[in-house]
Design a binder for this molecule. Structure first.
Ligand SMILES: C[C@@H](C(=O)O)C(=O)SCCNC(=O)CCNC(=O)[C@H](O)C(C)(C)COP(=O)(O)OP(=O)(O)OC[C@H]1O[C@@H](n2cnc3c(N)ncnc32)[C@H](O)[C@@H]1OP(=O)(O)O
Ligand SMILES: [Co+2]
Length: 140
């Protein structure tokens, strides 16, 4: 089995600057400019830690899942995301294992990725995301 990589750990925050303070103090630097991911209603600021990113997520509209999360639970850890080579194949495989995806088909994520989310009940209390990065032969 190939080793699976932790793509990112996402943290919900009402304010990217306030949410950045601990990571800046730790000596991390933002990866490029903030990015709006309109399909999810979030603005993302990413900090690289080894092969993994810490992604701060701020809601950009009231119906954003992050707005709902902040309302219910306040700022904090929101999800973990795992890198897969072929998201469509992985969704079919996991559905065969009884997995419950929140989206029927992959949706656009940050940095040209395609992503899919699994229900927190299936994730034993945590929201899990799968991420496919663009690669050769996969560009539109
Ligand atoms: C930018 C992109 C990228 O990576 O590139 C992103 O990540 S965008 C990241 C933002 N996008 C997303 O999160 C999209 C997928 N998320 C969603 O569809 C939603 O947020 C849900 C996960 C379905 C939760 O919505 P909502 O709370 O309205 O649904 P619900 O009331 O049915 O929740 C079901 C149960 O899951 C719990 N729950 C909700 N959010 C949770 C979370 N983040 N971690 C752990 N548990 C969570 C609720 O408290 C509830 O538990 P109880 O039943 O025990 O009360
Ligand atoms: Co994510």
């Amino acid at each position: 089995m190939p080793v699976m990589h932790l793509d990112h750990v996402a943290v919900a925050t009402p304010d990217l600057d306030a949410g950045s303070a601990p990571y800046l103090a730790l000596g991390l630097h933002p990866e490029g400019p903030d990015e709006d991911v309109t399909s999810q209603g979030v603005r993302v600021r990413a900090f690289q830690v080894g092969e993994t990113l810490i992604e701060l997520l701020m809601p950009t509209r009231p119906d954003s899942p992050i707005a709902a999360y902040l309302e219910k639970r306040g700022p904090g850890l929101h999800h973990t995301a795992y890198r897969v080579a072929d998201l469509d194949a992985e969704m079919i495989r996991l559905r065969g294992e009884g997995a419950r995806f929140l989206n029927d088909v992959p949706t656009p994520g940050r940095a040209g990725t395609r992503v899919a989310f699994l229900h927190p009940k299936w994730g034993a209390g945590t929201l899990i995301e799968l991420v496919e990065h663009p690669h050769a032969g996969n560009e539109i």
